[in-house]
Design a binder for this molecule. Structure first.
Ligand code: SF4
Length: 468
């Protein structure tokens, strides 16, 4: 039986894609190995949002060269954001990555997963892998992640769309994943129901701009959404997901929304639906209108501020986090100061702060100058990161002395870790006293939502004790 090893980089979407790739590889008769040395096929599921992420893949190639010396039949495939053209090393029209990576055998666009079998046969015509007949392995959206491929047994990622129509000038996603395509509502709900039946308590709906679900140019003529008339398709989906509460689903999150699609209807639904949690990660990218314009982010900080005010009015204790890029093309000191000021004003509780790096093929790459010196980018990152650390510490303090409801993910001896309603990591100890009490949970805490009295905080996490 041939063996595979997958290495995943990047966002939740990539991890979710890898779960589907594993299902497909298993259908081909491949068996998983955690040891690259024992693999017949090594698949890198890549991210090219930042240069650093790409460099990590290139950095692996020396090791791969050595592995190939010991196992000449080893196949190396790269999938994800770095690929534009699904092809093998023998295809007439090969992906450009073949010019850079000698060890590469297969380049695979994520949505072309069903081509993997034929690309493998192009490399090794003698390989014994079955022909995929099942209809539901041909359409990427119909490939279900086998439950035993999930990293978590308590919370699952569920893709609802793929690709992006927004074309931010710094981003490669609309070119690598293509235009946004939404998945059918029925298919999403069926998968969500199966996950719930298998004990998953939390589902995170994912898409590049998850809240534009059902509104892309491809969806306009889609009969699937016609019946909704004027209703926001994403809100409809959240309402339908909420009905799964009766079957045991407790929490529904979504990632990542775009500010332009944060409708009032969506904010109302977040406030009203029981499965919605008081947490939102809403990327702003810059706190300066001129930079937003150059980034092709089609909103102003005034509009963003309005959304946050509405959210805080309807959900007063909501935790809000964001993404910021510092040092984008032409960003002046004054513009960066505006970002710092806006960051403090919005009191973001956490953020992914990135130093801008040019991505080949983007609008910024073709028409703009990456002219902020690396040293300045680093200084700006440090300054904003210091503000973030202070705000994050302050945000954690508000939980101390209160009860958080924690969905327990891991238990190591007497220490349990999980996330609370606000998506904060909470670590707690099971004392002898609470162990006795926890018998209420038949001794098994992972996978349960338990009340925890928060007693303190350390760096980015909360600490507490089981309260039953
Ligand atoms: S919204 Fe912008 S940053 Fe996000 S995936 Fe689309 S183009 Fe990229």
């Amino acid at each position: 039986m041939p063996t595979y090893h997958i290495q995943t980089y990047g966002c939740q979407m990539n991890y979710s894609d890898s779960e589907r790739m594993e299902t497909y590889l298993r259908a081909l008769g491949y068996k998983k190995t955690d040891n690259q040395k024992k693999a017949d096929l090594i698949l890198f599921n890549t991210c090219s949002i930042r240069q650093k992420a790409e460099d990590r893949v290139f950095g692996q190639m020396k090791k791969i060269e050595n592995l190939k010396k010991n196992n000449p039949k080893l196949m190396v495939a790269i999938t994800g954001c770095m690929i534009r053209n699904s092809s093998s090393r023998y295809s007439p029209q090969r992906d450009k990555l073949f010019n850079k990576i000698r060890e590469l055998d297969i380049a695979l666009k994520t949505e072309d997963l069903s081509c993997l079998a034929s690309l493998v046969r192009e490399i090794n015509p003698d390989i014994k892998i079955p022909k995929i007949k099942e209809e539901n392995l041909k359409d990427y959206f119909k490939i279900k992640a086998a439950h035993n491929t999930f990293n978590s047994k308590t919370q699952a990622f569920l893709p609802i769309s793929n690709g992006c129509d927004k074309f931010c000038t710094y981003c490669i996603v609309p070119y690598s994943r293509g235009r946004e395509k939404s998945r059918k509502i029925e298919g999403i709900l069926k998968e969500a129901e199966e996950l719930t039946a298998n004990g998953y308590k939390e589902i995170t709906l994912i898409g590049q701009t998850v809240n534009s679900y059902g509104k892309s140019c491809y969806d306009k003529d889609n009969k699937n959404f016609e019946k909704l008339k004027n209703k926001d398709p994403f809100v409809y989906l959240l309402e339908e997901m909420d009905k799964l509460r009766k079957k045991g689903l407790e929490r529904v999150r979504f990632s990542s929304p775009h500010p332009m699609d944060m409708s009032d209807e969506l904010i109302d639904a977040m406030a009203k639906l029981k499965t919605q949690m008081p947490f939102l990660h809403l990327p702003v990218q810059s706190g300066d209108n001129n930079v937003l314009k150059i980034m092709n982010r089609p909103y102003t900080i005034e509009q963003y501020r309005k959304i946050i005010h509405k959210l805080r009015k309807k959900i007063p204790d909501i935790s809000i986090t964001t993404d910021i890029i510092v040092g984008f093309c032409g960003e002046t000191d004054k513009e960066f100061q505006n970002t710092c000021g806006f960051f403090e004003e919005m009191q973001f509780e956490h953020a992914y702060i990135a130093q801008y790096s040019n991505r080949k093929g983007t609008t910024a790459d073709r028409f703009m100058n990456d002219d902020v010196p690396q040293k300045i980018k680093k200084l700006r990152w440090e300054k904003l990161n210091n503000i973030l650390e202070n705000q994050s510490k302050k945000a954690l303090k508000r939980f101390i002395g209160k009860t958080s409801h924690v969905l327990v993910e891991v238990q190591k001896g007497k220490i349990c870790t999980g996330r609370n309603e606000h998506f904060k990591t909470v670590q707690f100890k099971i004392s002898n006293k609470s162990k006795k009490r926890s018998e209420k949970y038949s001794g098994k805490i992972p996978g349960k939502i338990v009340p925890v009295l928060v007693t303190g905080s350390k760096e980015w996490i909360l600490e507490g004790e089981l309260r039953i």
